[in-house]
Design a protein around this ligand. Sequence first.
Ligand SMILES: Nc1nc2c(c(=O)[nH]1)N[C@@H](CN(C=O)c1ccc(C(=O)N[C@@H](CCC(=O)O)C(=O)O)cc1)CN2
Ligand SMILES: [Mg+2]
Length: 290
Amino acid sequence: MTARLVDGIAVAAKIRTELKERTGRLATAGCVPGLAVIMVGNDPASAVYVRNKIRACHEVGIHSSRFDFPSDADPAEVLACIRSLNADPTVHGILVQLPLPKHFSVPDILEAISAEKDVDGFHLYNVGGLVVGSTVFPPCTPYGVVKLLEHEGVEIEGKNVVVVGASNIVGKPMALMLMQREATVCICHAKTRDLAQFTILADILVVAAGKPNLIVPQMVKTGAVVIDVGINRLPDGRLVGDVDFAGVSQKASLITPVPGGVGPMTITMLLANTIASAERRMSLAEPERS
Ligand SMILES: Nc1nc2c(c(=O)[nH]1)N[C@@H](CN(C=O)c1ccc(C(=O)N[C@@H](CCC(=O)O)C(=O)O)cc1)CN2
Ligand SMILES: [Mg+2]
């Protein structure tokens, strides 16, 4: 079997066209959606992601503002910036780019963001919403994975899903979102013994562990859908996921590449959450399932 490739760039482009139509309708109603992006320090990968977020906002008609702090910034200054953005009616979304420098308490920063503007979906209120199936802002990467599965016509209900990786940003919310869609979900993590005994059962395998070549063909069921969320920079400069792409492509029915699979969806779903926030404020919202 040779897997069909999921083109995340094409799916993201299609969604962005729809998002542009929605910002057009908002503009007619007198509202320009606004996203505030806070970056602390100078992590090179974060700098690229933040630049890409700002550019993507511009392309779909979202007004963006950027707030940069040095890596030795006092967390109190960042908290003050968040509080002022919470009170600014032209701002519909606020995000703090992660990771933060070590002297920051990530929970303190994330909880300071108004849950109504938490377009990353990391605030406890929104995480709680995921647990009970009434999320306001689904976290962008798992939201992007669900959109890719929907776009490819992959049925989720009743399927065995194995999520490898239990991070707050990807693994845990991913599992909750797929559980909400009535999949049978198993979460594996760094301490899981004999990972293969779980992954081999997966109809849908989502891998977000941050380890190149963690998933090899013997660990994958023939015909499985394999979603690779890993982003690893190799010493030779190449970007790869967590899945042995060449090998697993021979066994899976559908597979996402890295780059060009899930990655482009992350920023697209951030745009979607920001526009949804503005629509909610303007009462133009269409309900969307988490
Ligand atoms: N506040 C947040 N911080 C972080 C998030 C997040 O959603 N919110 N996620 C990641 C980083 N991230 C966005 O912030 C992100 C990661 C990857 C991509 C992407 O487009 N990847 C491309 C490859 C890009 C490259 O060449 O490096 C791909 O996989 O095709 C976009 C956004 C952690 N921090
Ligand atoms: Mg808050």
